[in-house]
Ligand binder design. Sequence first.
Ligand code: PLP
Length: 370
Amino acid sequence: MTRKTLATIKLASLKANLHALQAKAPSSKTLAVVKADAYGNGAIEVARYIEADVDMFAVAIVDEALALRKVGIHAPILVLQGPHESSELSYTFSHNLHWMMHNQQQIEWLSNSNNCDENWGAHLWWKFDTGMHRLGFAIEDFHALLKKHAKYINQHSVIATHLACADENDTAHTTQQIDRFLEQVAQASMPLSIANSAGTIAHHNARQAYNRLGIALYGSSPFEADNTQMTLLPVMSLSAHIIALRSIPTGDSVGYGATWVAARPSIIATVAIGYADGYPRHAPIGTPAICRQQRISLVGRVSMDMLTFDVTDAEAVKIGDKVELWGEQLAINEVAEWAGTIGYELMTRVSARVPRHYEYGPEPASKKER
Ligand SMILES: *Cc1c(COP(=O)(O)O)cnc(C)c1O
C-alpha cells in the first residue's frame, strides 16, 4: 500500500493511560474494554501489549472474544452483552469466557447446558439496571434474583451496573444510580463493578472491585467539559498526505455541491482521506487539521476518498506533506465536536482501508507521575 493514509497507534501512550487510571483506583481490578476492535485501535495488538497489566478484557460479543483467543490471549474475557443464544455458552469453560447476564432468557439457557451448575458462579457477572434502562435486571429484584438463582452464583460472581451520566459535570443522576446500587448490594459481600472510564476518573464510590476502562485508555476524555485534571495521552493519530495543490480565484467554489466559495484568491490542498476511511462526512467547513504544525481548515464537502483544505495562510505547504486529521497535535474530541459527535465514534469508525501502524517505544516518563 503506497497511499500514506495511516492510523498511527502509540501503544506506549495507551499503557501510560492505563497506569494513570489504575493509580486512580489502586484497590480495583482492571478490565480493559477492547470491544469494537479496541475502539478502532486494533484489539489484538492492544490486548497483546497490555495483557500483563490488566486482570481481564471485556468485549461486546462472543466473536470478539474468540478472535482474541485465536491469537493466544489468555486473560479472562468478559462478554458485555452476555450470550445472544444458548449455543454461545459452550465456549465458557473451553475459552475461559465470562458473561454479563442481564435477562431471564439467558439464565434459562444456563440450565440447558451440560455443565455442573456450581461451575457457573465464577464465570457470571450479573447486571442490574439502576437507571440506564438499557440492560439489566431491576435493582429492586437483587435479593430475589440471588435467592432464586443461587446455584449459579457464588462469592466470585460479580454484581454490576452501568452509569448513564458519569461523563457529565452534573453528578445528580450518577450519585442516584450509585446509591441505589450500593444500598441493595451492600450486604451481599460480592465483588462489584460500576465504573466505566468516566466513573473511574470522576466518581470515587464508583471505583469498586472491577473498573471497566474503555475510552480513557485510548486517550480520549469521556467528559463533555473536562475539568478533572486528568491528562490522557492521545493514542491514535490519523494522518494522510496532500496529493494536489491549486490556486483558485475569488468567487470559485470547491467540491461537491459547491458549498464553499473563495472570498479571496485561495490555495486549496487536496488530502487523500475521506468518509470511506472513517473521516466524518458531516465535518463542516472550518473543521481543523494540522499541516507543518499549522492549523488548516476544511473547505467544501467531505468526499469518499478526499478532503480539501484552505492552506492559503499556511507556510511552505507542498504536495506530499502530511496532514494530521486528529491525534497528538489535534485532540480527537475537538474534531468530534466540530462534526457533532464524540471521540468514541470517530475512533471506532476508522475503516479497514486505513492501515494501523503500531509504535511501541518506552512509556513517556514524565507522565508516570500523574
Ligand atoms: C463500553 C463499555 C464500557 C467502557 O466504557 P468507556 O466509556 O469507554 O470507558 C464499560 N462498561 C460497559 C458495560 C460497556 O458497554
